[in-house]
Design a protein around this ligand. Structure first.
Ligand code: GDP
Length: 311
């Protein structure tokens, strides 16, 4: 069974890793948000892409969920000593990746070519696509600070400003990465990972052609909101600030036009009827991926659900 997964960073990487442990590598394609990408110290940084690739490669930091394991911080310490910007933490191993990616981009390679090359070097056999080779920049409109670049909002301001809306700069001029639409056409299922719907999944779905392609497929989405809260990050806060009560039901409404089956946590079993009333099937299970075994368990539960209910 061929699966295409749409993913942001932490939540996306965890479930993608679960499927990577449960499916032959040729059957799994992951499409990753690049709306969080930015330039810092003249380097091209792609946080979600790196989180997904590091996780699949077994190189991810198991504590933070982002960055590299066995990381050192000598360069950052040196930058701090010299009074440089230190709000975005870049470890030494991580920096090597940004340096080499930036060099290759300047030499004319595309982000998707570089991602494929890095994945092969890291032994990642699944196909990982950045959503686009053209820049798309997620801008967060806030009450207190006006419009902020995503990393300014997320890391520098620690998601404190109140959100009014989002703008995806460059989206209309961007195209899905080469081969990406073809991968969706060939998929038996599209999985929407438990990533932030506003700033991780929406940028992917809003790229020209993707919503149409995904709309023709069977879709199964996993709610990143459990018992009204996000496990990590600002997804629930964003729903609340935009006047929507954060819940698995809100996530169901968010993706309703794709008519996905929605995987909701057992803590939200009471919302199942309301989700069903929207015309969406539900699958209730433990969706908290607290360790590697739980990632695989959730992926296998989903494959079993697909096999017995959706095929
Ligand atoms: P980011 O780009 O690094 O913020 O990562 P994502 O957008 O991929 O993931 C953030 C979302 O993942 C948050 O809304 C979390 O609630 C969700 N999340 C993280 N871990 C889990 C988990 O184990 N289970 C579920 N259901 N959601 C998770």
């Amino acid at each position: 069974m061929k699966i295409v997964a749409l993913a942001g960073g932490v939540g996306g990487a965890k479930l993608a890793h679960g499927f990577a442990q449960s499916l032959p590598s040729k059957d799994l394609t992951i499409i990753v948000n690049t709306g969080d990408d930015f330039e810092h110290f003249g380097l091209y940084i792609s946080p979600d892409l790196d989180t997904v690739c590091y996780t699949l490669a077994g190189l991810a930091n198991p504590t933070t969920g982002w960055g590299r394991r066995d990381e050192s911080w000598k360069t950052m310490e040196n930058i701090q000593l010299l009074g440089g910007p230190d709000w975005f933490r870049l470890g030494d191993l991580d920096l090597g990746v940004h340096l080499e990616r930036t060099r290759r981009l300047k030499a004319g390679q595309t982000l998707s070519q570089i991602t494929l090359h890095f994945c092969r070097k890291w032994g990642v056999l699944q196909t990982v696509f950045p959503m686009s080779d053209q820049p798309v920049r997620t801008m967060v409109n806030t009450v207190e600070a006006g419009e902020l670049g995503f990393q300014e909002y997320f890391v520098r301001e620690r998601c404190q400003p109140q959100v009014k809306g989002f703008r995806f700069e460059g989206l209309d001029q961007a195209a899905p990465a080469p081969g990406l639409l073809e991968a969706i056409h060939q998929a038996d299922f599209v999985i929407i990972c438990p990533s932030n719907p506003w700033v991780s999944i929406d940028p992917i779905l809003k790229l020209p052609g993707i919503l149409d392609a995904v709309g023709k497929k069977k879709v199964i989405a996993v709610s990143p909101i459990i018992a009204g809260e996000a496990i990590k990050g600002p997804a629930a806060k964003m729903y609340a600030e935009l006047g929507i009560q954060p819940s698995a039901l809100a996530v169901a409404r968010h993706y309703q036009r794709l008519r996905p089956a929605l995987v909701i946590d057992q803590k939200d079993a009471g919302l199942s009827d309301d989700v069903n009333k929207l015309g969406l099937e539900t699958f209730i299970t433990n969706t908290i991926m607290s360790d590697h075994t739980e990632r695989k368990r959730l992926a296998e539960d989903m494959l079993h659900f697909i096999g017995s209910n959706l095929l």
